[in-house]
Design a protein around this ligand. Structure first.
Ligand code: NAD
Length: 252
C-alpha cells in the first residue's frame, strides 16, 4: 500500500510514517515522505529502512501551488499508484486577530487548508483508481475558539469543511475523505507549551483522560481511517483529544 505523508519530518507526520512501517496495511509499507525539512526526512528514512519499509522522500514547500503535481510525480516515480494521502503538514501563528496581517492570515489559510486541496486534486485520479483515502489533520481549534489562535482556528475550520465537501464530491469515485483533529499534543509545534513538565501537567488537568496527547495517538487514528476497517467511513472529523472538547462543551 503506497501512502503519502506530508509534514513527515516531525511530530504527528513522523509518527504516522513509523506507524505504517511497523503495521503495514498490506505486505509492505511504501511511504512517500513530504516536508520542507530535508534533514528531518533523511533521519526518518534511516529509521524506516531499519523497519523494512520502502520509502521515498519529496522535499517541497506545500504552499507552492505546484506542490500537488510535484508530490504526485515523486510518488509515481517510486511506486505503482497511490492508496492514501495523509495531508498533515500545518503551521500555527499566535497573533491576536486585531494585530494579524493579511500576509500572516494568507499563510495560515494556505498551508492549513489550500495545500490539502492542491494535493487532493493532484492525487484524485490515482486514489479513484485504487479506491483510496485522504486523511487531513485538522484541530479541535476548528470547533472551539482559542485565543490568540483565531486565524489558525479559521483555517482548520475551512479544512474540516473542505474535507466534508471532498467526501461528497469524490465519494462517488470511491475516495474516502476524513479528518483527524488533535487536541493538545506534545510535538515540536507545541514544545514551548509542553516541554515544561509543570505546564504539561497543568494542561493535562483540563483533559478528561488526564494527559496531553502523543503523536502516536494520532498516528493510530490516521492508520485506522486509511485502512479497510474504515471502509464505510467518509466525511467525518475524528477528535483525538482525550475528551477535552467534551470538557469545553460542558464546562460553561
Ligand atoms: P510539527 O511542527 O512537529 O510538524 C509539522 C511539520 O510540517 C514539520 O515537519 C514542518 O516542517 C512541516 N511543514 C510546515 N509547513 C510546511 C510547508 N509549507 N511545506 C512543507 N512542510 C511543512 O507539528 P505537529 O504537531 O506534528 O503538526 C502536525 C499537524 O497537526 C498540523 O497540521 C497541526 O496544525 C496539527 N495539530 C497539532 C496540534 C498539536 O497540539 N501539536 C494540535 C492540533 C492540530
Amino acid at each position: 500500500m503506497s501512502v503519502i505523508v506530508t509534514g513527515a519530518a516531525s511530530g504527528i507526520g513522523r509518527a504516522t510514517a513509523i506507524e505504517f512501517a511497523k503495521h503495514p496495511l498490506g505486505d509492505q509499507a511504501k511511504l512517500v515522505l513530504v516536508d520542507r525539512d530535508e534533514a528531518g526526512l533523511a533521519t526518518l528514512t534511516s529509521e524506516l529502512d531499519a523497519l523494512g519499509a520502502a520509502s521515498a522522500t519529496c522535499v517541497a514547500d506545500l504552499m507552492d501551488p505546484k506542490a500537488g503535481d510535484v508530490v504526485v510525480s515523486a510518488t509515481l516515480a517510486a511506486f505503482d499508484g497511490i492508496d492514501a494521502l495523509i495531508s498533515n503538514a500545518g503551521a500555527i501563528h499566535m497573533v491576536p486577530l486585531a494585530e494579524m496581517t493579511t500576509g500572516q492570515f494568507d499563510m495560515l489559510m494556505n498551508i492549513n487548508a489550500r495545500a490539502t486541496l492542491v494535493l487532493g486534486q493532484a492525487a484524485r485520479p490515482h486514489l479513484a483508481k485504487s479506491g483510496g483515502a485522504i486523511i487531513a489533520t485538522a484541530s479541535t481549534a476548528a470547533e472551539n475558539p482559542i485565543v490568540p489562535l483565531g486565524a489558525y482556528s479559521a483555517s482548520k475550520a475551512a479544512l474540516v469543511m473542505l474535507m466534508r465537501q471532498m467526501a461528497a464530491e469524490w465519494g462517488p469515485e470511491g475516495i474516502r475523505c476524513n479528518c483527524v483533529s488533535p487536541g493538545p499534543t506534545h510535538t515540536a509545534m507545541t514544545a514551548a507549551s509542553y516541554d515544561d513538565p509543570e505546564a504539561r501537567a497543568a494542561r493535562a488537568a483540563e483533559i478528561p483522560l488526564g494527559r496531553v496527547g502523543s503523536p502516536e495517538d494520532l498516528a493510530r487514528a490516521i492508520r485506522f481511517l486509511a485502512g479497510p476497517d474504515a471502509s464505510h467511513i467518509s466525511g467525518v472529523n475524528l477528535l483525538v483529544d482525550g475528551g477535552i472538547s467534551a470538557n469545553i462543551a460542558t464546562s460553561k
